[in-house]
Write a protein that binds this ligand. Structure first.
Ligand code: PLP
Length: 283
């Protein structure tokens, strides 16, 4: 049996209920976080909670009344669901109102929803190899505040839905000829020994995994640069990675059926990055 938390109580997942008058349901008026937990320990917890706090501030949603207890709610949930590795999902919406009105009532109490599920990964095995994915390229159809981790993800969903018809799992989004990110991850491009990732802006999410790899790789003397990348530079990339909390680091194998990665994984910079991550997480 799996458990979820809504407002003030734990419920069996199949029994958890919410009103359609919740503004999350009516307007997509809410924000969220996704936190991996390895061997019972949430990874980069403070970074995720501080981004959630920032998202709430940006959209002027009050902190839910359970905010101070969030950590113990999550610890209890992890124990109740009891998988070795888990992925925690936290969603805060502006809350439930009696009518559907675009203009929110400032006194509405936010809704807090937290759930976790098993994170199936071989990451802790020494033979670990990251997922190799096939991706497409699309003009970025999303809104101009992608720095906010909003639950409103229709542009991402539409793109991934169209991509999946051609067997593609991710997309390289670009705006005005400049690469932004993926539909569910940040992007890194490797040119020779140089690792490049687009700088933080309103067009991308400041990914926790992105920031983590930037720090980890620069501490280990890799040549890493945050700069704008033109869509034309894709042709010259030796490796492309996508980073996210759920999948850590995925390597692009093909872009629209054109093979990018022919090297043996052991000879890639992605392999070195993953090994550094594994050493860090396993201690
Ligand atoms: N960009 C988008 C659009 C995402 O949806 C995600 C993760 O869900 C990321 C980037 C990666 O963020 P993080 O590393 O914090 O999971």
């Amino acid at each position: 049996m799996s458990w979820a938390y809504l407002n003030n109580a734990f419920h069996k997942k199949e029994e958890v209920r919410i009103s359609p008058y919740d503004r999350g349901f009516l307007f997509g008026d809410g924000v969220y976080e996704v936190i991996p937990s390895y061997a019972g320990k949430p990874f980069l917890y403070e970074e995720h909670i501080s981004r959630l706090s920032k998202s709430l501030n940006e959209v002027s949603i009050n902190k839910p009344e359970q905010w101070e207890h969030l950590k113990s709610i999550i610890e209890d949930l992890l124990k109740k669901n009891n998988f070795f590795n888990q992925i925690i999902y936290i969603q805060v919406t502006r809350g439930q109102e009696g009518i559907r009105s675009h203009t929110p009532d400032k006194l509405t109490s936010p809704t807090l929803f937290v759930e976790s599920s098993e994170l199936v990964t071989d990451l802790l095995l020494t033979s670990y190899k990251p997922p190799y994915i096939n991706v497409g390229i699309e003009e970025d159809p999303r809104w101009s505040r992608c720095d906010i981790k909003a639950i409103t993800l229709l542009g991402n969903v539409m793109t991934l839905d169209n991509m999946s018809d051609s067997g593609l799992e991710e997309v390289i989004f670009y705006k005005d000829g400049i690469i932004t990110e993926g539909a569910k991850a940040n992007i890194f491009l490797i040119f020779g020994e140089k690792i490049v990732t687009p700088p933080v802006s309103k067009n991308i999410l400041s990914g926790i995994t992105r920031n983590y790899f930037i720090n980890l790789l620069s501490q280990n003397n890799f040549n890493i640069e945050e700069r704008e990348v033109s869509i034309n530079e894709i042709e010259e990339a030796d490796e492309i990675w996508f980073t996210s909390s759920g999948k850590v680091l995925q390597m692009v194998q093909r872009i629209n059926n054109k093979t990018l990665l022919e090297k043996d994984f052991k000879n890639t910079i992605g392999h070195k990055a993953i090994e550094l991550f594994r050493q860090d997480v396993l201690v």
